[in-house]
Design a protein around this ligand. Structure first.
Ligand SMILES: [Zn+2]
Length: 86
């Protein structure tokens, strides 16, 4: 678990930002998930996420996108701006 002290503004789940392979910031659940499909690594001070194929995920700690688990994900998607929320 990655302790961030940051919580989703919609549902209060602890989350963190990770950069995708396409260098897009995405919200990831701080709590690992057994059916998550993301590997999270810290590299040079940046938190990066990588989508795993099922055969790659064996034995790894997996995380999932908060957009997948957030009960209010629709609110996130509706918001088009990329301004940072605190
Ligand atoms: Zn949420």
């Amino acid at each position: 678990m990655i302790a961030t002290g940051k919580f989703c503004s919609s549902c209060d789940t602890e989350v963190f930002w990770a950069l995708t392979e396409h260098l897009r910031p995405m919200l990831v659940d701080a709590e690992p998930s057994d059916d998550g499909n993301l590997q999270v690594v810290e590299h040079q001070g940046l938190v990066r996420s990588r989508v795993l194929r099922p055969e790659q995920a064996v034995g790894l700690t997996r995380y999932q996108s908060h957009f997948r688990s957030c009960p209010k994900a629709n609110q996130h998607r509706r918001r088009k701006t990329t301004s940072k929320s605190t």
